[in-house]
Ligand binder design. Structure first.
Ligand code: PXP
Length: 239
């Protein structure tokens, strides 16, 4: 089975920083600790309202780490221009509503094929790998392949909240993603307790995990938490 990468999302280090308007805790410092503990990449989401990651964090993160940077972004002209200026390793296109507390559902690729095709083309022309954050729905996977995406990231939020049949949907979606010739990632709501079944899906080569890791780091420290998550992933794939 292919090795599986852990992308650590450090958005909520910035949430904590912004709560007091100080310069600490620093998301780049957190990213470096996570990498030293085994993270294979770092993920950040510059939301339209800048509630956690802010504009200056994006080039600072790109310059500060020596592992791939995955930039989550809404499909807007403003975000495309930032991505083209910073040139992260990958961009993950996510849906965004100002009123949501987190990314609640997958992107509707089918409903926005024309606009998304243009964005994917511009990002890929700049050498950036492009991912679509979608629900484990065959229609959205096929549309992602049709518009030229390199990767789909499967939204694991339904599974994490215990929705019936969601693990089976993820397994089937991962298989179809590979058949369509796309790389398969997964994430959202993953914890020590629920990560193993998703980590065990052979086609899923990257998990992106944030909120739980940063929260648990308050108790155990970020390096210990990253090491434990990585170990759980490795154990799940070893069967
Ligand atoms: N993947 C994507 C595309 C996301 O938007 C998020 C949340 O920012 C995650 C993964 C990580 O989710 P969580 O913070 O629940 O681990």
């Amino acid at each position: 089975m292919k090795a599986q990468r852990l992308g650590v999302n450090v958005d909520h280090v910035a949430t904590l920083r912004n709560a007091r308007g100080e310069a600490y805790p620093d998301p780049v410092a957190a990213a470096l600790l996570a990498i030293a503990a085994g993270a294979d990449g770092i993920t950040i989401h510059l939301r339209e309202d800048r509630r956690h990651i802010r504009d200056a964090d994006v080039p600072a993160m790109k310059a500060g780490i020596d592992k791939p940077l995955n930039f989550e972004m809404a499909a807007t002209e403003e975000m495309v221009e930032i991505a083209l200026a910073v040139r992260p390793h990958a961009c993950c296109i996510v849906p965004e509503k100002r009123t949501e507390v987190t990314t609640e559902g997958g992107l509707d690729v089918v409903g926005h094929e024309v606009a998304l095709r243009g964005i994917v083309g511009r990002l890929k022309a700049a050498g950036i790998r492009v991912s679509m954050f979608v629900d484990p729905d065959p229609v959205q996977l096929r549309a992602s392949a049709a518009i030229g995406a390199d990767i789909v990231e499967l939204h694991t939020g339904g599974y994490a909240h215990g929705a019936a049949g969601e693990l089976e949907r993820l397994v089937a979606a991962a298989r179809l993603t590979a058949e369509l010739g796309l790389e398969c990632h997964a994430g959202h709501g993953l914890t020590f307790d629920n990560v193993a079944p998703v980590a065990a899906i052979a086609e899923v080569v990257e998990l992106n995990i944030g909120h739980f890791l940063i929260g648990q780091a308050v108790f155990d420290g970020l390096p210990a938490v990253v090491r434990r998550m990585k170990a759980l992933m490795v154990a799940a794939r070893a069967g």
